[in-house]
Design a binder for this molecule. Structure first.
Ligand code: HSE
Length: 322
């Protein structure tokens, strides 16, 4: 068993990509870092504004997820030192809880000398999160196509097209996934189902083949977005009109409230798109922060060359967003 401190870096993620409800995901270059080591007495330190309000006792998600790894690996490590720093806004649809779960699994697995393989970690993450789209993206990086039948989880990774950039508008209010799932119907007609299979399949083919102009036709959805629009003022107009202002396609990011536009890196309409998103949200009384992001290609990984004698923040300060 490793006595050293381990540190993992985990990307944020966007789920669904419009039509791929609970199936498609993409990793994004906002990160969470989790440091973990065995200890005499459990201590959990959360660094940075994004983590305010999260418990620091043994009910902490990272602690409880780590214990699941130890149980499965057949070892007992009841006391841990955990430190976390995150750039990922909480409860906004950018996979903050998925990144914590994936980070906890990876860090704990490193402490037990990688007793569990990646597929096992993915299945554990899926069972904890209850859908595989965010955790798959955070774990594998890139774009992921996933499926979970309640027991086994599958994932295939697609390399994102190089021309793809991402603009997110993060509203200044939180929306829990639970609330955003409560508004969804449980039954759909055959025609509605076929439509979404068509959009989702077309989107996967467009992203896998780099057919950027197809994204605007494919990034549409009838399974969740129309029902969630009442929770996010301005969303309906943004979904309807963003492609006229330079987006290749636009979707609700995960369960929201963040809105996500895919953009061609070479687009001359980037400012116009920024203005459109901000104006539309503002006209509904919603303030939002815009971030230009990139797909993360690497997925969650352990940092090498970690200075064991320094703090988490001292180790990572050269790479965090200012
Ligand atoms: N696929 C999920 C949803 C992602 O849309 O509810 C949220 O975590």
């Amino acid at each position: 068993m490793a006595q050293r401190k381990v540190c993992v870096k985990v990307p944020a993620s966007t789920a669904n990509l419009g039509p791929g409800f609970d199936v498609l995901g993409m990793a994004l270059n906002l990160y969470a870092w989790i440091e973990m080591s065995t200890a005499e007495q459990t201590k959990i330190e959360l660094v940075g504004d994004q983590l305010t309000g999260i418990p620091t006792d043994k009910t902490n998600l990272i602690y409880t997820v780590a214990q699941q790894v130890f149980d499965k690996a057949g070892v007992s490590i009841p006391e841990l030192h955990i430190a976390m720093y995150s750039e990922i806004p909480l409860t906004r649809g950018l996979g903050s809880s998925a990144s914590a779960i994936v980070g906890a699994l990876l860090a704990a697995n490193a402490l037990v000398d990688h007793a569990l393989d990646k597929q096992t970690l993915f299945e554990m993450a899926t069972a904890i999160e209850t859908h595989p789209d965010n955790v798959g993206a955070s774990l594998y990086g890139g774009i992921v196509v996933t499926h979970w039948d309640g027991e086994r989880a599958q994932v295939l990774r697609i390399e994102p097209p190089k021309q793809l950039e991402v603009l997110v508008a993060v509203p200044d209010f939180q929306l829990s996934t639970e609330k955003a799932r409560e508004v969804l119907p449980h039954l759909f007609s055959m025609q509605e189902t076929v439509n979404n299979i068509g959009y989702s399949s077309l989107l996967v083919a467009a992203l896998a083949g780099g057919h950027l102009q197809m994204i605007r036709h494919a990034m549409k959805d009838g399974l969740h977005q129309p029902f969630r629009s009442g929770l996010i003022p301005g969303m309906t107009k943004i979904l309807r009109e963003a492609t006229e202002h330079g987006a290749l396609g636009v979707a609700l990011s995960g369960a929201g409230p963040t809105l996500l536009a895919l953009v061609d890196r070479a687009s001359h309409q980037k400012q116009q798109l920024e203005q459109f998103l901000l104006d539309t949200l503002r006209s509904e009384g919603v303030n939002a922060a815009l971030h230009w992001l990139e797909p993360d290609l690497q997925g969650a990984h352990e940092l090498t060359g970690y200075d064991q004698n320094s703090t988490l923040f001292a180790n990572i300060q050269h790479e965090v967003r200012k």
